[in-house]
Write a protein that binds this ligand. Sequence first.
Ligand SMILES: Nc1ncnc2c1ncn2[C@@H]1O[C@H](COP(=O)(O)OP(=O)(O)OP(=O)(O)O)[C@@H](O)[C@H]1O
Length: 596
Amino acid sequence: MGIAPVPGRTPPVATPPGTGPGRAPELLVLGCSVTGAAAAVAQPFVLGRTLDLLLGGHDAGPWLAASVALLVGEILLDGLTAFLTGRCTADWTAAIRSRALRGLLHAVPDTARAHSPGDVATRLTLNASDAGAAPTARAALTASLVTPAGALIALAVVDVWVAACVLVGLPALAWVLRTFARDTGTSVGAYQRVQSDIASRLLEAVEGAETVAAAGTAARERERVLRPLPELGTLGERMWRLHGRALATGGVLVPLLTVAATAVGGLRLGAGALTAGELLAVIRYAQLAAGIGGAATLVGAVARGRSARERTRGLEGLPALSYGPRTLAPGGPGTLELRGVRVSRDGTEVLRADLLTVPGGRTAAVVGRSGSGKSVLAAVAGRLLDPDRGQVLLDGTPLPSLTRTCLRAEVGFAFARPELGERTVAEAVAAGPRAVSPHQVRSAVRLAGADAFVHRLPRGYDTPLADAPLSGGEYQRLGLARAFAHTGRLLVMDDATSSLDTATEHAVERAQRRSPSVVTRLVVTHRPSVAARADLVVWLEDGRVRAVGPHRLLWREAAYRAVFGAREEGAEAPSRDRDGETATGPADTLQKQARP
Ligand SMILES: Nc1ncnc2c1ncn2[C@@H]1O[C@H](COP(=O)(O)OP(=O)(O)OP(=O)(O)O)[C@@H](O)[C@H]1O
């Protein structure tokens, strides 16, 4: 099966985050809404005048035409507002979502992990669309205030007494709205937080479905996922109650105001101060002025949008790594140095490496018990995270001074659980910091020992990963192939062969050694055989480098053997087995690190 040429992924560029559609669509929505409101305010006056002319037997033609024009205009403006609102909301939602996603993808992985997948999913979906709807909700809210204000002014022009009657009732409606806006704001934030908590629990349950099935703990898991539901219910009920109270109070106040205005208008008609048409107009104006109560829904949408925006900003504002202007001189050996490195998390030091050197072209195994800091060391060595103190240098250059492109091209990573996307096998392997030819893809796949099973896939290299029935070890080997295809001068492998059987793992290592490219390797491993074949071993204990040296010397220590579960005194070190090579080199002595 042939491999289609695959362009390598362009290295990520520092483009400014999506700015969204800007203020223009929002202002257009505002313009349309306000014009619609103006048409609604003009209508009662024009209709009243038309009625008076018709009742008086006068020519009402132009006024009738104006009435029809206002009616049609209002309908058209409503349609245009709905269209622009949809468009503006969609554009803002997309922009907010891409900003948040960009923040997440550019964040230091260690800090991004503080957000669970469920939390991220909620922020990028529900919260992003609520936040995207806020600009148009704000515009609609502004316009919804124009109608009552305009109606009140028109009312004052037609009859000042009816206007005064409505004005007396308006503060009560404004108070209802203000209380609703204040109370709903706090409830919405809490509601969104609990929503995201449930989503996180649900995703965890889906991810661990096999464990749940095997342990028969489905009922307990269901209870765990739904535990925050009562709180969500309480908060939801509270929001509905607030909304209901605002609408009910408004629902009582609005008819009361209208009835009062009608009564005053009736009295003024009786006194001959108003015509029948003017009475029709003032009743309508009273209704429009009291329509301020209907703004409760928009106030709710604005409050929800504001709180949701805070949540999407949480992803946008994640700390990102900054990069320098330097590049590495070509042909360097890939010497890695850690000097005075300290990493702390939650007040605990999780990594301390005073002086650690991996000579260029050598393989260093990083071993230690679970939680001893191996992955933190791997992340610091390849600058997935910066140490709190100290320096990491590659060929004498501090990693933070390198450009992003140079760093990612020179330092490759392979992980225990790679993320390869849904593209084809060939595309997944080719994706990376540099352009990779089909030939290089094949070589990398062969080097990772993946060639045989890739050929067995329905469409070989062109099989989409989503359709490729791969085992954990096979998937891991594709992750290795991607790392090999883009290898620079340093390759960091964090437990990247853990799902491979030892024979395959050994074969992959042998193939790597035979490869002509000189690469420095930092290999996190739990297997003594991998440590035995490495040029040197970095032994971590409780976040500190306990010793650095060749495996066969370290093996003499019972505590070192205990890391691999081998406790017997003087147990024989596993053979170094380097295809006939003898163990020589700078690491052939044991450097014990001072214990604090
Ligand atoms: N972002 C973080 N926040 C808090 N603690 C962290 C964070 N990252 C790592 N740690 C802690 O640092 C310690 C070392 O973690 P690390 O993942 O490096 O261990 P490890 O040796 O790779 O373990 P394993 O062999 O189980 O993968 C652990 O106690 C871990 O809980």
